[in-house]
Design a protein. Structure first.
Length: 390
């Protein structure tokens, strides 16, 4: 009958204990090397610590596999191939800089102290440290690729910025203008430089016949996925600057109110029929709070109508079509660029961010609301005003 052995299990060899302690000491260096590689730092900063190599090359196969899974490295058989010294892309450059290959052809262990024999090292002496190859992320957030978006009043100012931002996000754009044909053509060229298709259509938003023809032409020239009703009457510069109150009011009602409502309803019916779509209207952040003077009274009347209409239309067209409104604050368009020192100071006093808003600030919000990331947002009036308070 075989008797069980009473021999005690020998303790781990001292060299393994030293290696384990050294691995723990190198933990911070290993993690630091991986973080530096991910952050695309300089080549000298991305080098894997030499101490880590000298430790790992002495590990037995079983221990090496476990450490390799922890450290993110692996061994390979001896090979003459090396990584390219001049990668062709930033991603490959990062992968090359954060990797090191040691080729140990014919390398031997030190002579045995007793016999003097020289033994070849194991195949595990050839190894390679690698980090996952970094890839530059593609712009997927608020991506509008494959969409075709109509932007009214897009020859200048906020409309121009929205059109260019949509194009930068991958959308084809339909531009509209009333009288500034040359400026609209210039915007169309900028859109085309971004690699997107564009259609330029002349329309008078205040005229019912022109509006109907515009909507029909937009639909006939391609699928329309969204419309931004940006066109509005300019009462602060140009010919309307010195008009009387009644004329300004009627102009605002024709363009900002009636034009926005009719185009929203027309495209809303089209979007419902095709099964998807999005509408953005433009309001004013001080409409519901009020501002003194003729301009404050005029714009509050028109933009409150647009904001209230947006909320109601969103309920009518849900769940197929989303309808939202952007309410800009003090935006530096043509009027803001030439206004008096009084208004310049007032903007600073009323805006916590202490600067004028830019057309691009409105365009960024429009891009988000038009994207699939805003799929659960409808019926909202969103202020883009730097936190302006009264």
């Amino acid at each position: 009958m075989a008797m069980a052995s009473n021999k005690a299990v020998p303790p781990p060899r001292p060299e393994f204990r030293r290696i384990s302690r050294a691995l723990l000491e190198q933990d911070r260096s290993i993690r630091g090397a991986r973080r530096m590689a991910q952050n695309r730092l300089t080549a000298s900063q991305r080098r894997v610590p030499d101490a880590r190599r000298s430790i790992l090359k002495r590990l037995p196969p079983g221990i090496f596999r476990r450490v390799a899974r922890w450290c993110g490295c692996r061994r390979r058989r001896a090979t003459r191939q090396r990584l390219p010294t001049k990668p062709t892309s930033p991603c490959k450059s990062l992968a090359a800089a954060s990797s090191g290959t040691r080729l140990n052809k014919n390398r031997t262990s030190p002579p045995n102290a007793k016999t003097g024999d020289v033994q070849p090292r194991t195949t595990f002496d050839t190894y390679k440290f690698t980090h996952h190859e970094a890839t530059l992320p593609t712009m997927t957030f608020a991506n509008l690729s494959g969409k075709r978006i109509v932007v009214t009043g897009s020859s200048s100012g906020i409309g121009r910025a929205i059109a260019l931002e949509c194009a930068a996000a991958g959308a084809d754009v339909v531009l509209s203008y009333r009288s500034s044909k040359d400026r609209a053509a210039a915007v169309a060229q900028e859109v085309q430089k971004l690699g997107q298709a564009t259609t330029v259509i002349q329309v008078d938003i205040a005229d019912a016949t022109s509006r109907a023809a515009f909507a029909q032409q937009c639909v006939e020239t391609g699928v329309v996925d969204a419309i931004v009703n940006n066109a509005g009457a300019d009462l602060l510069t140009g010919a309307m600057k010195n008009a009387d109150f009644a004329t300004k009011l009627q102009t605002l009602l024709d363009v900002d109110v009636t034009g926005t409502i009719e185009l929203s309803r027309t495209f809303g019916q089209h979007f419902t029929a095709q099964g998807h779509g999005s509408i953005i209207n433009i309001g004013w952040d001080q409409s519901d709070r009020g501002m003194e003077g003729n301009s404050g009274e005029l714009f509050a009347t028109a933009k409150n109508a647009v904001m209230g209409f947006t909320r109601s239309l969103s309920v009518s067209l849900a769940p197929t079509v989303r309808v939202n409104c952007i309410a800009p604050g003090w935006i530096k368009t043509a009027w803001g660029a030439e206004t008096s020192d009084y208004w310049q100071q007032r903007v600073m006093d009323e805006t916590p961010l202490k600067r004028w808003g830019l057309p691009e600030d409105i365009a960024n919000m429009a891009r988000f609301l038009l994207s699939d990331e805003a799929a659960y947002i409808t019926g909202q009036v969103i202020n883009v005003n730097g936190g302006a308070v009264r």
